[in-house]
Design a protein around this ligand. Sequence first.
Ligand SMILES: *Cc1c(COP(=O)(O)O)cnc(C)c1O
Length: 231
Amino acid sequence: MSEVAENWRRLRERVEAAARRSGRDPGEVRVIAASKTQTIERILEAAAAGATDFGENYVQEAADKILAVDAPVTWHFIGRLQRNKAAKAVALFDVIHTVDSAALGLAIARHAQARGTPARVLVEVNLAGENTKGGVAPLELEALVAALGNTPWLIVDGLMAIPPPVSDHDEAAVRAPLVALRRLLETLRAHAPNNAPLRHLSMGMSDDFQIAIEEGATMVRVGRAIFGERS
Ligand SMILES: *Cc1c(COP(=O)(O)O)cnc(C)c1O
């Protein structure tokens, strides 16, 4: 068995254990293999091992891979998206996790309309006010979702966050932002516009996916635990 296949098998076990531990159906949790910098061969190894969803951070890097990987997989855009790349992202990806402004969301909607298929998006939240990261401030989230609610060409399907780094040994500090994102989603659901089913919580990476699953993640984005450390 390849290293990637072995990592995938172990990861699935841990995902399923975390789901059961928290009384959830493991089928509710999608593992998105974060494949930035990975070669097409490694992506195909992961797909052969059972991975069905891949996440990429850069539109151009992803374009080459998406063309080359002819396995039936779902592609997620998880990087920062510039508005001038929105058309290409809409053409390439099944889900865009990182909408953080009305301008970006409405640009995506325009390109989706031109293609005749609504675009599925998540809204990225910047939980800790970090300048180096994308994401809307929690206090501006509801207004942003309302602004995105005016178009039938977006399906606003949930929230995504990349919490600030903390020590893995401080479980409470790891858990707090994941709980915060879940609560934001719950609050938002009470006022959701018609185009916002808000079904998903995209949170949890190699070091915290088990806690994220305990806190309600439906999509965990895992790179190193599948592919090893990035060079
Ligand atoms: C790279 C990346 C991940 C995966 O991180 P790992 O620590 O390798 O599991 C998840 N989300 C985003 C947005 C990423 O860029």
